[in-house]
Design a protein around this ligand. Structure first.
Ligand code: SAM
Length: 287
């Protein structure tokens, strides 16, 4: 049976280039090109935009993105062993695939892409959350990207989309939902990957909103949610004690019972609290 693009099946590519998966690089490959095309489609219409992919590996998702019509894909891969396989894809799609070898945590790829671009990736599990946090906290908003379509371990995906009063709700949910629409668009069993990881995975779609859902100083919001969720079982009057003098009154003033716990408060409540408190750098950060 032919592939979506006439290039060899991924098992053959892996065999030909001896791409034995390395655990330390988070290598769990997707070999089903129909599945990678489906993930590419979850990112919406790709025809008019550039796409940044982190960790193309043997190129399954890269091929899905190109077959689904991405104008250009810029792919950053740490593992030099994957470069010959990726060069074959670049040759099949002239002028549409640029491969950059290096560590996605260290390379700034904005100059390689035309904004607003989409980011689509089956992320290496060991750097996935760190990359997401960086993409969610750029210096300027709206960011250079318009949407993120990202594969995570299912547990991480659930933390990103979690709602108040649920076990997964916490700082990551608030950070993501403050100025993005976030939802899980696909879940995948371990067998979808080679080698199979121990856990299920899920694809999260995050779409950047033009501005935050509720106005407030972002640094104040981050500081408050860090304090509140570091001691998530404590009542807010205790966990936020060091935040401002008379914290009980401040909480009451914005309609939050001082006896409430962090996991009971939604984004709107935390933003109201951030507005009431404002931001001043914590004493330890002042030189
Ligand atoms: N996209 C391929 C797929 O879906 O089959 C591979 C996904 S695999 C989960 C993660 C990929 O990220 C691997 O190819 C790995 O070498 C690469 N990688 C790991 N750490 C990286 C980093 N810091 N920067 C760039 N790529 C990285």
């Amino acid at each position: 049976m032919g592939t979506i693009d006439g290039l060899p099946p991924l098992r053959e590519v892996i065999r030909a280039h001896e791409l034995v998966a390395k655990k330390q690089l988070g290598q769990n490959f997707l070999l089903d090109l129909n599945l990678t095309a489906k993930i590419a489609r979850a990112a919406g219409d790709l025809s008019g935009c550039d796409v940044l992919e982190v960790g193309p590996g043997p190129g399954g998702l890269t091929r899905g993105l190109l077959a689904e019509g991405a104008r250009r894909v810029v792919a950053v891969e740490k593992d030099a062993r994957a470069l010959p396989a990726l060069a074959e894809i670049a040759a099949a799609y002239p002028g549409r695939l640029e491969v950059v070898q290096g560590d996605a945590l260290e390379i700034d790829l904005a100059a390689h892409l035309e904004a607003p671009f989409k980011i689509v990736a089956n992320l290496p599990y060991n750097v996935g959350t760190e990359l997401l946090i960086r993409w969610l906290t750029p210096a300027e908003w709206p960011p250079l990207w318009s949407s993120l379509t990202l594969m995570f371990q299912k547990e991480v995906a659930e933390r990103i989309v979690a709602k108040p009063r649920t076990a997964h709700y916490g700082r990551l949910a608030l950070l993501a939902q403050y100025r993005c629409e976030a939802r899980i668009v696909m879940t995948l069993p371990p067998e979808a990957f080679t080698p199979a990881p121990k856990v299920h995975s899920a694809v999260v779609q995050l779409t950047a909103l033009p501005q935050p859902r509720f106005p407030c100083d972002f640094k104040a919001l981050q500081r408050i949610t860090a304090m509140a969720f570091n001691q998530r079982r404590k009542m807010l009057r205790a966990s936020l004690k060091g935040l401002a003098p008379g914290i009980e009154g401040v909480l009451e003033g914005v309609g939050i019972p001082p006896t409430a716990r962090a996991e009971e408060i939604g984004l709107e409540g935390f933003c109201a609290l951030a507005r009431a408190v404002g931001y001043s750098a914590p004493a330890s950060a002042v030189r």
